[in-house]
Design a protein around this ligand. Sequence first.
Ligand code: ZN
Length: 246
Amino acid sequence: MAKKRGTIPENVLERVLLDSRRRCCICYQSGNDQVREGKVTHIDPQTTPAASDPVDNLVFLCEQHHHELETGRISTDRLREAREQLYRALREGPFIGAGEEEAASYQYERHVCALLTAAFERTFNGQVAIHEEGSSPGPTSTSPDVPFSADVTIAGIHIWLVADAKYAERNIGLNDLRAFAGVVHYLKANKGIFVTNTGFSESAVQFANAEGIALAIIKREDRELQPGFVSDAVARVQRAEPARRM
Ligand SMILES: [Zn+2]
């Protein structure tokens, strides 16, 4: 994407592109929530950059609305309001658009893995091997995979924990937990941890308790796990058993 003006630093530009997720806020007002070709531009070209917040006077616009802004057909007030609406919608999501859900769930998975990795390394300093996405053992590419697993050694005993993270708009239901339990059994892991940003249905909680699967809610904005999260999960390790029917 061509930079509009050389005066916008790269990191500020990045932030506007991230904040807007390349949605044009004027298009969004008329119901178009798709990613657009466009550029980051100053809302009010007369305003000197606010010392407090460099992104305050910046907005991402599609080519057409950028042109309308430059020719004075969009007022700065309207533009600010439209930008606020878009940002609010993006923050509060769910945001439906092509590829958006996938991107959100991938980002969430990476976020959870990073938090788990940090927490496990802190708790089991030097006694844990972490495997992230695609590195769990499996003879074929079709074998079930988990985004995160940790091989913990305590007093010479190996405990293998596997975790899955699912970004969702509603509570996680029984079917998701059943599928995950199947993966845990298949991989012969000692402990499964299922993480989501929302919550779990009652039947999912019952099933998880019966299966010894740990459930955790981690928000996208969480910057670390609850103290004791990892030791709790490990303390309640159950040796792999056959799945019990509900
Ligand atoms: Zn537009």
